[in-house]
Design a protein around this ligand. Structure first.
Ligand code: PMT
Length: 420
């Protein structure tokens, strides 16, 4: 990682406490991934959620009721016909009192039972009796996952609005490799957060602040002339709109453009790089900074404030270096946004130059685009970008700038959710 941030440094804004006081009925079925459940419970409780567990007979082969009860602070229920359990908390009340039922791990067996409505133990009875949303995190051998029976069950469950997280691909406990690994704990937390945000009509970036730069800068030569570039602001404005759409509180600092102000963003209009630098500094603190503006690298030095007269020979302009906004704001310090994203506009050696820029400007991610003559990227409606992070390079297909922005915003939201 070249930037100073590790994933864990993206701070959770105080107001983004979507899991607080949420009641989660966690059904633990019999899969090796049940060993991840203690960590899941810990993290849910850290976020203020209350967790009650139902452990299937299979699940109890991997994790004990005592562990689940100690970590959740609530009794772990196991037996449908236990008089004590039924007297304390009937199975109907158990699932009625929850805000959501989460099955993790969800085995092929429990998915099949859910599909056909078998209720032969406490877990499956609760799943059949519930009137609450249900989320499952499947975990099984790759052949079981890809088996037509499981895939058919999955489709049926989806049509009943059961939310499915994962599974991911990788080494499986059985020694085989492929799809079937239960989603990682942060992904499960992120999916639960998304669920509750959606139900509140909020986006996943609710509570996050973002500063976005867009458009060109105009560097005056004299009171009537200036140096500019061909940036239209389409890409940067689309990024601001996409972040605002996901609930972020966005300040868009823009050079002169004809683009309409995106809904939901606070707009700060500037002309020069120096003004953009000042406006961005004033817009901080923020958790997210996206620099999509084509900032002029130089301004004209020694302006007199008078129009330059046409004389015998053309005047020689002396240029002075402008502040580098991205490089300045990504320096380590208390004001540094947790996630800093630059754009790299290149005409040759796109990926190598963009990687060097990511390093030299100390940003976390850089979005590389080829702006050679004929690419149509400056001012056009489409863009072909490559997202460069500490993990490598992702090649995205050619898309409308709006779609590039939406995909980038989704990535930002996923990153933020994983690192709450
Ligand atoms: O506006 P459009 O017509 O939609 O076009 C979109 C775009 C091509 C302008 C956009 O996709 C893009 O690539 N923006 C970055 C343009 C640029 O200046 O790239 P650069 O490689 O020169 O700079 C690298 C990064 O440093 C950029 O994030 C830039 O905003 C930032 N920078 C550069 C110079 C400077 N003085 N301050 C900066 O912050």
């Amino acid at each position: 990682m070249i930037g100073p941030n590790t994933d864990s440094t993206l701070g959770r804004p105080k107001e983004n406490r979507v899991l607080e006081n949420k009641k989660i009925l966690l059904i633990v079925a019999g899969g090796i991934a049940a060993v991840k459940v203690p960590d899941l419970i810990r993290r849910l409780r850290e976020r203020g959620a209350s967790v009650t567990c139902i452990l299937t007979k299979g699940g109890s082969q991997f994790v004990t009721p005592l562990t689940l009860a100690s970590l959740s602070g609530n009794k772990a229920y196991q037996d449908l016909f236990s008089l004590t359990d039924e007297a304390e908390m009937g199975h109907i009340r158990l699932c009625r009192e929850a805000d959501i039922l989460l099955v993790a791990p969800a085995t092929a067996d429990i998915m099949a039972k859910m599909t056909v409505g078998i209720a032969d133990d406490l877990a499956t009875t609760a799943l059949l009796a519930t009137d609450k949303p249900v989320m499952i995190a499947p975990s099984m051998n790759v052949m079981m996952w890809t088996h037509p029976a499981t895939q058919a069950n999955l489709q049926t469950l989806k049509t009943r609005e059961v939310q499915v997280i994962g599974p991911g691909a990788g080494d499986l406990a059985c020694g085989e490799v492929g799809d079937g690994r239960m989603a990682e704990v942060p992904d499960i937390i992120a999916a639960l957060s998304r669920h509750f945000q959606k139900s509140r009509g909020e986006g996943p970036l609710q509570g996050y602040r973002a500063v976005v730069t867009s458009g060109p800068t105009h560097e005056p030569i004299d009171p009537v002339r200036y140096i500019a570039n061909r940036s239209s602001g389409k890409q940067g404005h689309a990024v601001a709109a996409a972040l605002a759409n996901l609930g972020a509180s966005v300040t868009l600092v823009t050079g002169p453009t004809n683009e309409p102000a995106p809904d939901g963003a606070t707009i700060v209009k500037v002309e020069t790089a120096a003004q953009m630098m000042k406006a961005c500094s004033e817009a901080l603190p923020a958790e997210i900074l996206v620099c999509a503006a084509a900032v002029a690298d130089w301004s004209v030095a020694g302006q007199t404030g008078q129009k330059i007269k046409k004389g015998d020979k053309a005047p020689a302009l002396k240029l002075a270096e402008n502040p580098d906004i991205l490089a300045t704001l990504s320096q380590p310090g208390p004001e540094r946004p947790a996630l800093v994203i630059g754009f790299a506009a290149e005409t040759e050696n796109l990926i190598t130059n963009a990687q060097l820029k990511r390093a030299s400007k100390n940003c976390d991610w850089i979005v590389a685009n080829d702006v050679s003559t004929g690419s149509g990227v400056f001012s056009g409606d489409a863009n072909t970008v490559h997202l460069i992070t500490a993990d490598g390079v992702e090649d995205w297909p050619t898309m409308a700038k709006r779609a590039v922005a939406e995909r980038l915003a989704e990535r930002i939201a996923k990153f933020a959710e994983r690192n709450l």
